[in-house]
Design a protein around this ligand. Structure first.
Ligand SMILES: Nc1nc2c(ncn2[C@@H]2O[C@H](COP(=O)(O)OP(=O)(O)OP(=O)(O)O)[C@@H](O)[C@H]2O)c(=O)[nH]1
Length: 443
């Protein structure tokens, strides 16, 4: 068995190398036909054109030189490239690895292009070898260059040229390696490019998304501002309406109160004696009837005074009606001062006054009447030009079951007043103190 395995080993090795050789032959044939270079070159050229380099000026000059050589169709562009490259033959400062790499690549391309224009009659392989030497040196320099930079098409073409040159020299395994290296690096470049494009697209998408979000936010904001404006306008209108309604309500309220005031004033006027300002006859009878009714419902002390000015006609005659009016006013005021808040004091007519005294029995009423009499009798009317004293005759009546109507009670007070006049005036007389035979007149 061991013998058999040992005998199979050289056979397998032979098959493997044969297969490798076959592959190399096919690969070489493909390179020779220019199929692979045709497939890849346009793509590389395209990428090279769109590539953006953030490089220093000398590196850019080298790149331009290489591009000039890559695209050269005549001697002119080769001449330009050559002139550019002359600047790097004796540089002021030492070249960095990337510059060295491109400089060597450009030198190789220059020889290549020159050879293409003027093919050498002898030693073609020597020229190819010199190109290979330059590119091999560049490749060595490239060992310290970043992989990402080396995978850029402008750097990458070194492998392709080198593969072609090795193939021209019949070194197919080296050509194959270069081509492989080229493809591996090109894959890296393509992946990097794709990732960069992808991230650019993602960024653009996110920018667009943010823009549209921003637009919609601006729109929302505008709508909100509009809504706030409308709400403020509506609020202002509501305020205006409210103010208007309030103003109208206030006007109506004022009108209502004014009318009420006028009405009350009118009511007061209809109940007031125009000359003296105290209750008039109508108000007197109204209050009298109310008090009498209350008395009939639940009897209580209620007295009536009837006051008459003595010899008033004489005052009018001697001092005139104006003076008479002043006397009437003064007496009304003097008597009103002595009234309690619950009492009613009114002018019955002419020079006659009536006082309704609730919660005053006959003796209390008499005391009030005498106080009034004394007050008026002692008053000095000199201020209104009257030299004589003015006196009153007062009749008193107190309500009882026989004398239950206001008219009856007033009549009784009138009878008593008349008797007071008869007894010489300036005195107070109660109805109880006069005999019925003395009654003579009705009201
Ligand atoms: N100035 C004035 N006089 C009035 C008013 N009302 C009535 N008189 C007068 O009062 C007088 C009343 O006179 P009489 O009824 O005779 O009574 P008297 O002169 O007071 O006599 P005795 O009552 O008997 O003391 C009349 O001359 C009326 O013209 C008034 O409002 N103003």
């Amino acid at each position: 068995m061991i013998y058999q395995r040992r005998s199979l080993l050289p056979v397998c090795r032979g098959v493997f190398f044969s297969a490798l050789l076959l592959a190399l032959v096919f690969f070489n044939a493909a390179i020779a036909m220019g199929n692979l270079s045709q497939d890849i070159t346009p793509e590389v050229a395209e990428i090279t054109e769109t590539e953006e380099f953030s490089v220093d000026p000398s590196l850019l000059l080298l790149i331009n030189s290489i591009k000039l050589l890559d695209n050269s169709k005549g001697t002119q562009s080769i001449k330009y490239a050559q002139e550019h490259l002359l600047q790097f033959s004796s540089p002021k400062s030492p070249l960095n690895p990337a510059e060295q790499y491109l400089y060597l690549l450009a030198q190789a391309l220059l020889i290549e292009k020159k050879t293409q224009l003027q093919p050498p009659t002898l030693n073609k392989d020597k020229v190819t070898e010199s190109i290979v030497a330059l590119l091999a040196e560049a490749k060595k320099v490239g060992e310290v260059i970043d992989e990402g930079q080396l995978s850029q098409p402008i750097f990458l073409q070194l492998h392709e040229i080198l593969a072609n040159k090795y193939a021209e020299l019949g070194q197919y395994d080296l050509a194959y390696q270069e081509k492989r290296e080229y493809l591996i690096k090109y894959d890296i470049y393509r992946d990097n490019k794709r990732n960069a494009m992808l991230s650019a697209l993602t960024e653009e998408f996110s920018i667009n998304e943010k823009k549209s979000l921003n637009d919609s936010l601006i729109k929302q904001n505008q709508q909100q501002v509009q809504r706030v404006d409308e709400a403020q306008k509506e609020k202002k209108m509501q305020q205006t309406r409210f103010i208007l309604v309030m103003a109208i309500a206030l006007a109506f309220g004022l009108l209502f109160f004014w009318q009420l005031k006028v009405r009350n004033k009118l009511i007061v006027l209809t109940k007031t004696d125009a000359l003296t300002g105290i209750f008039n006859r109508s108000a007197l009878f109204e209050h009298g009837h109310t008090m009498a009714k209350r008395f009939s419902e639940q009897p209580y002390d209620l007295s009536i005074l009837l006051l008459d000015i003595d010899y008033f006609k004489k005052i009018n005659d001697v001092y005139g009606h104006h003076c008479g009016d002043q006397v009437l006013k003064t007496i009304a005021s003097l008597v009103n001062e002595t009234m309690r808040t619950r009492d009613i004091f009114a002018r019955l007519g002419g020079e006659e006054f009536v006082a309704l005294l609730p919660l005053a029995d006959s003796s209390k009423a008499k005391a009030i009447a005498q106080r009034i009499n004394e007050k008026v009798a002692q008053y000095d009317f000199g201020a209104i030009g009257l030299k004589e004293q003015v006196t009153l005759s007062i009749g008193i009546s107190t309500m009882d079951y026989h004398n239950a109507s206001f008219e009856d009670a007033l009549h009784s007070a009138d009878l008593a007043m008349y008797q007071a006049k008869a007894q010489g005036r300036n005195c107070v007389l109660s109805y109880q103190n006069i005999s019925t035979s003395q009654e003579r007149r009705g009201i």
